[in-house]
Write a protein that binds this ligand. Structure first.
Ligand SMILES: [Zn+2]
Length: 287
C-alpha cells in the first residue's frame, strides 16, 4: 500500500443535498468561430475596453464577459507569479486524474482547491466510466500510462440530473441522452430491491452514491488500470461524492491500490446490498 488514506468526510444525512436535481445538460447553443472572435476583439479594442455596452443589444455579451474575466484572471496570475504561465507552457505533471459529472456546479479545480496543471480531468453526463467509451478510456490511458498520475478519482454528486433521469425517464424515450444514461439505469436495476425499500426522497441520493461506487469499480477493471497494477505502478482509485448543498467532498470507496483489493472491494460492495454510505476504506453498510 503506497497510497495515503484519505480522511472520510462526514456521513451524509439520508437524502441530504439530494433533493434538487440538476437539469440534464443540453447541447451548447451555437459557437463563435475564430473570425467572429477576431472581429469582436478588434471592435472592443477600438472602444478602449473589453466590456460590451450596457444597452442589452450586444449579441455576445455573455461571451465578452467570459473573455474579460479571462484577461483579468491571466493578469492576476501573472502578477502573483511571473513564472506561472511559462511553467505551464513547459508541460504538465499532475498527480491526480478526475472523472466527474459535467454539471456546472461540480467544478473540479474549484472544489478541490487545485491549480491548473495539478489535476487531469474528464467529465461527462453522470460521471460514467464505460470500457467502450473511447473518449474516457483514452483519457485514462494517457493519464495513467504517460502522465503517471498516482490517484484516480471517480466523483459523483448528490442531486445528479443523470441519476434522476435514470430513475424517472421512460426507457422508450428517444435520444442519445437516454441511451447514455442506460449505464446508470443498469445500476438502478442492480440495486432495485434496496432502492425500493427507501422512502422516495432518499432514492436519488442513494443512486448517486451507488453510481459513483460502481463507476469507480469499472475504473478498477479497465485495461489501463489493470495494466498499471500488473506492472507494479503506484496507483490508487477512489470513488467519491460531492454535496451541492454544502460543498463537501466525501470518500465512498478507496483507496484501491491493486487488482486484489479491487476484487475485495467489489465483493464487499455486492455484499452490502446497496446500503452504502461514507467510508474511508472499502464500503461500509449504513445501519
Ligand atoms: Zn450530474
Amino acid at each position: 500500500m503506497h497510497c495515503a488514506e484519505l480522511p472520510a468526510g462526514p456521513a451524509r444525512p439520508q437524502g441530504a443535498a439530494g433533493r434538487a436535481p440538476d437539469r440534464v445538460p443540453t447541447a451548447a447553443a451555437g459557437a463563435l468561430g475564430p473570425a467572429a472572435s477576431r472581429g469582436r476583439r478588434q471592435r472592443h479594442a477600438a472602444k478602449g475596453n473589453g466590456i460590451p455596452d450596457e444597452n442589452g443589444t450586444h449579441p455576445s455579451k455573455a461571451i465578452e464577459r467570459l473573455l474579460f474575466n479571462n484577461r483579468q484572471w491571466a493578469k492576476h496570475m501573472a502578477s502573483k507569479d511571473p513564472k506561472f504561465f511559462p511553467k505551464c507552457a513547459e508541460g504538465q505533471s499532475p498527480e491526480y486524474l478526475w472523472i466527474g459529472c459535467s454539471d456546472s456546479r461540480v467544478v473540479t479545480n474549484t472544489i478541490t482547491g487545485l491549480q491548473p496543471g495539478e489535476i487531469f480531468t474528464h467529465r461527462n453526463v453522470g460521471n460514467i466510466v464505460a470500457h467502450g467509451d473511447l473518449n474516457c478510456m483514452s483519457v485514462v490511458e494517457y493519464a495513467v500510462g504517460s502522465l503517471k498520475v498516482k490517484h484516480v478519482i471517480v466523483c459523483g454528486h448528490y442531486g445528479c440530473g443523470a441519476c434522476d433521469a435514470a430513475l424517472r425517464m421512460p426507457m422508450e424515450t428517444p435520444g442519445m441522452l437516454n441511451s447514455w444514461i442506460s449505464r446508470i439505469r443498469d445500476v438502478k436495476h442492480m440495486w432495485a430491491s434496496s432502492l425500493e425499500q427507501l422512502p422516495e426522497e432518499e432514492r436519488l441520493p442513494r443512486l448517486c452514491e451507488l453510481n459513483a461506487i460502481t463507476q469507480a469499480l469499472h475504473m478498477c477493471d479497465s485495461a489501463p488500470i489493470q495494466a498499471a497494477w500488473a506492472a507494479g505502478q503506484e496507483l490508487c482509485v477512489y470513488g467519491m461524492i460531492y454535496g451541492l448543498g454544502d460543498g463537501a467532498l466525501t470518500s465512498l470507496i478507496g483507496p484501491i491500490s491493486s487488482a486484489q483489493q479491487a476484487r475485495e472491494a467489489r465483493q464487499s460492495f455486492e455484499k452490502s446490498g446497496g446500503a452504502v454510505g461514507a467510508a474511508s476504506n472499502g464500503v461500509s453498510a449504513v445501519a
